[in-house]
Structures are given as C-alpha cells and as structure tokens.
Design a protein. Structure first.
Length: 590
C-alpha cells in the first residue's frame, strides 16, 4: 500500500491542479483523521472483544462446573446402588412369605425415596429382577410381570456391570442400566438397576442471556442435551464461533463425554459493529461534505487555469491562442507567454513543412532513378520473350524436356509481371508453386516428388503474394537436397469450421532442435537474421495482414522431415479480402 502511495505521489505533477489540491487535502487532512479514528476504533474493539471473550469463558466455565456437579450426583446415586448390601439382599435372597420380604423392603424403599428427593438429576429409579419369591411393587419389579423383554435386552449387554447409558424413546429421556453383581447371594437371581435421568436438571445449567449454545456429547460424539437445535459442525466452528470444550475424564460412566460451548463471534460484537457502522457513515458524510465545499472553493480560485487546460485539450490539429481577461498575476503572465509561443511555433511549422517538401521531392526523384536502373537491368518482358525464343528452338531440335522446363520458367516470369497487388487468390499462388516445383523436379529428377491438394473453398481464399514459395524452397534446398534418398513435398489447403488452413510437409533431413528453438524464438521477437530468413519473413508478412487471427507453427514431421501449419481464423478476419473474380479475369486475359 505504501509503495502504491509513493508511486501515485510521483505522478502527481501529471494531474490537473484541481486533482492535485484534492490529493493534498486527502493526504494531509482526511488520511490522518481516518488513521487516528481507525486506531481508536481498533483499540476500543480490542478491549471490548477481550472483555466479551472473558465473560463468555467465565459463563461457559460456570455451566461446565454445574454440569459436572450434576454428573457427580448421578455417579453418587449409581455408586450407592452398586454398593448397598441391603438393596442387593432384598432382591437376591429367597423369601418364604411376603411378610419376610416386606420387612426388608421398607428399609430399602425409604433409602431409594430419600435419594430421589436429594438428587434432582434423577427422575426415576427402578430395579428389574428375576426373583419370583419377592413381591413385585413400587420401584422393585419382577420381570415376569411383562418386563422380561427389557430385562433380557440389557442383562447380557457388554459393560452392563459398569453401567450402560441409552436413550429411551418411550419416555424421551436417557436411562442408565447397570447389573448389580457385588453381593454374592443366590447365583440364579440377578438384578438390573434402571435409573432415568431428569433432563430438566441438566438443561437448567444451559440457561443464559448471551445466546451461548451448549451441547453435551457422549463418547460417540452424539448430542445428549443441548439448548439449541442448530447443526453442530465442530471442524468448521472455529471460523464463525468462539468455542470452549471440556472433557470429563475422571467419571466412570461419563468417561470421554464432553461439554461443547460456542457462541457466534458476530453475536459477541454485534453492538460494537453497529456503533462502528454509525461512526463510519458519520466520517464518510463529513468527508463528502468537506470535499464538496473544498472543491467549490478550488474551482472558484482556479477557473482560469481550468479554462486554459480545457482550451489545450480541445486543440487537435492546430495550435490556437487563448483569450481571457487580462490579469497581471502569475497565471496571466503564463497565458501571455503561451500566446507568444504559439505565434513562434506557427512560423517554425511553415518553415519546416517547406523543408520537408523539398526533401521528399528529392527522395522521390532518387527512388525513380534507382527503379529505372533495376528495371533496365532485368526486364521481365525481355526475359519472358527470350525464354520463349529458346523454347521454340529446343522444340525444333527435338529437346522436349528442355523446352518444357523453359516454358515453365517463362510462365514464372509472366506470373511475376502480374504481381502488382499485394494479395492474390490461393489458386494463383499454388499455380506459381507448381511451376516452381516442376523446375525443381527437372533439377532433382527422381529425388523430388510432390503432392498438392486444394479444396474448392480454399482455392479462392486471399493470401499475400509469395507466401508459400519461400517455405517450399526451404523444403527443397534444406530438406530434400540434403537427403541422399530424396523425398516428397506435400501441400494441403482446406477450409474447416471457419478456419483457412495450409499444411506444408516434407520428409527430408528435418530440422534440429537447436535450429527449431531459434526459429520459434525469432518468430516471437520477429527478429529476421541471416539464417531462416524465409520462414521468419513469411511469418512477419502473414502477421501484418492477419494479426491475432493467425496461427503459425513449425515442428518436426513424423518419422522425419519438417511440417509447417498456417491457420487463419476467417471469422475474425473480414477487412483484408480481395475481389477474386477480378483476379481470375486478369489471369485468363494474360
């Protein structure tokens, strides 16, 4: 941010005076105010958040202590049940008459009732047993009275001697089942303690005014008690919630259980955020109001400079003087000097134009002279007529092969005479290339074979003249000639999916990796060097005409040789087309 600010300050002198003054106002006035306000708000937020976090942890710890006391009370009840010999003897000893059972029952029953009244965490205590000599009633239930299924479900369960906690849908609450095995009485009788917990006693510990959510989880991470119905995703909570966790590791039956407390971070600072929003909008309103007033004052004091700047911006082709009320201050002097400078520039422009006109006329004459000398040295008409004369002499003497090749050479010169336009139809270029290949085949004999396949759509496509000849020449000279076995050159042109594609392939000696990398590098930089000038020059000409619509690739052919892909996007290329019919008429006329 500091680097960006420094970069902006370096460019201030390019801005308008209005922008410069507003920039100074923002940097020197509003920015310090904003920074001071931000520091104050940050300090307040840190103090408020620290206090709020401490209060949350304090309340969560209180809830944890109360819940832990509930669990200790439950443990106390379960320990009394597990270790009370009178309770065990009551349900395991055999009785000859109900009177004997009742005397023992009354003492144990009073103890159970006292436990229920002392510990609010216990909703109900029952004992299921299989001793038929007892009298079923109150909290002591004989399984023969329709409880055998429940008894058999838990009596053989793993860890039943330590106690098993399960949720009973019929009572919508948790029940602890535990086998009483301490007292060694009649081994054929067994007692199953059934203790129903009071959920209100546990949920009472979760009451709070801060929207703190409490979840009491068992060792399987299942929610036993909670004061919220929101989904619990512990792995994701740290992003949105402030979390406090407590594991219960010492309790026998509640080992691995934990209390998971959380509160939405937004809820902790909701009031502070509202204050911050009010402060922010108040600061923005103050900034906008002061900005508007300052802008009005600056516009009033710098109107002439703004008008002068607008005058300068409006000039496009010619410098003109600026007229305004005459003031003797710095701005007035600057405008007066500007008007004098405009007059001097007009005089200098007239003199410069006269000199440039003389230089261009001289250069044009020199160019005409050089062209005349070149044209006189090699006149295509002269060469074509001379070659036709030699051809006729060869025909008369019966040298048909020589006559044919001279005819092809004469045809090439006639084609060159027609190259007045920069673009040609592909069929014209291919016709020229085929003539060139016939001449090369006369030179290389059986070492050179070629194949040209052009579809109907491709033959009418426009292409810069002499595009293919340098590429085919490269294949002949650098590919086929250097290959002792000779080779073939293939030219394939077609139009598919609005793309005009030309593929030139040879199976000559191929191109080395180093040379291929050099060509590709120079295609990127468009650097024409002595080597590979043909390929780079062709690429540069095509790039000039087709721009980003061109794809030009040079690669190794399989199993050897070189392949060149030319791909032109016809959909994006619309403004370089030529009148093909006119070119066909011109060629037929010749």
């Amino acid at each position: 941010m500091i680097k960006a600010l420094i970069s902006k300050m370096k460019k201030v002198h390019h801005w308008s005076i209005l922008k410069q003054q507003m920039f100074i106002y923002i940097i020197a006035g509003m920015l310090p105010l904003f920074l001071v306000t931000s520091v104050i708000i940050y300090s307040l937020s840190t103090v408020i958040l620290d206090t709020t976090y401490k209060e949350f942890y304090k309340e969560a710890e209180t809830a944890n202590s109360n819940l832990q006391q509930n669990l200790y009370n439950v443990e106390a009840v379960m320990n009394w049940i597990a270790f009370d010999n009178a309770l065990h003897r009551l349900l395991i000893d055999e009785y000859t008459s109900p009177i004997d059972y009742y005397e023992q029952f009354q003492t144990v029953h009073n103890s159970v009732m006292q436990l229920r009244s002392l510990y609010v965490e216990i909703e109900k205590i029952e004992f299921l047993h299989n001793n038929p000599t007892t009298t079923s009633g109150s909290e002591f239930l004989y399984i023969g009275d329709g409880l055998e299924e429940e008894y058999n479900q838990f009596i053989h369960m793993e860890n039943i001697e330590k106690g098993v906690i399960t949720y009973d849908d019929s009572v919508e609450n948790y029940i602890i089942y535990q086998l009483l095995s301490l007292y060694k009485g009649n081994p054929k009788y067994k007692v199953l303690a059934k203790v129903q917990l009071n959920d209100d006693a546990f949920l009472k510990q979760f009451e709070n005014t801060r929207n703190i959510e409490y979840y009491f989880l068992n060792s399987n991470k299942e929610i036993m008690y909670a004061n919220s119905h929101d989904a619990l995703a512990i792995e994701e909570d740290n992003h949105k919630y402030l979390v406090y966790e407590t594991y219960y590791r010492t309790a026998n039956r509640f080992g691995g259980y934990k209390l998971y407390s959380r509160i939405a971070k937004y809820a902790l600072i909701e009031d502070f955020i509202n204050v911050y929003i009010i402060l922010f909008f108040a600061m923005m309103l103050s900034f906008m109001l002061s900005y508007f007033l300052l802008r009005k004052l600056i516009n009033f004091s710098s109107k002439r400079l703004v008008d002068f700047s607008d005058h300068m911006d409006s000039m496009t082709e010619e410098l003109t003087t600026f007229s305004c009320e005459d003031y003797s201050d710095e701005v007035g002097n600057a405008i007066d000097n500007y008007n004098k400078m405009v007059g001097m520039i007009h005089e200098m422009i007239i003199e410069k134009n006269q000199n440039e006109l003389r230089e261009k006329n001289l250069e044009l004459e020199n160019t005409r002279a050089r062209l005349y000398v070149l044209y006189s040295q090699i006149n295509p008409h002269f060469l074509s007529n001379t070659l036709n004369g030699i051809k006729m002499n060869c025909v008369i003497k019966g040298e048909k092969e020589t006559a044919n090749i001279l005819g092809e050479l004469s045809k090439m010169f006639r084609s060159l005479m027609l190259y007045s336009e920069p673009m040609a139809a592909l069929w014209q270029e291919v016709d020229f290339i085929e003539t060139y290949l016939k001449i090369q085949k006369f030179r290389f004999k059986e070492k050179l074979e070629y194949s040209i396949i052009i579809d109907d759509q491709a033959r009418l496509q426009p292409i810069p003249r002499m595009t293919l000849q340098p590429l085919v020449e490269n294949s002949c000279i650098h590919g086929i000639q250097k290959n002792a076995e000779g080779g073939m050159i293939q030219i394939h042109a077609f139009v598919k999916d609005q793309h005009f594609r030309i593929v030139i392939t040879d199976n000559g000696v191929g191109i080395g990796d180093k040379q291929l990398n050099i060509i590709r590098e120079r295609m990127v930089t468009e650097d024409i060097q002595e080597s590979s000038i043909g390929i780079i020059n062709v690429y540069k000409r095509l790039k000039f005409y087709y721009g980003d619509n061109l794809t030009f690739e040079v690669e190794k052919a399989t199993p050897r040789g070189t392949k060149i892909h030319i791909d032109i996007d016809l959909q994006g290329f619309r403004d370089k087309s030529i009148e093909i019919n006119e070119l066909e008429k011109e060629e037929r006329h010749v």
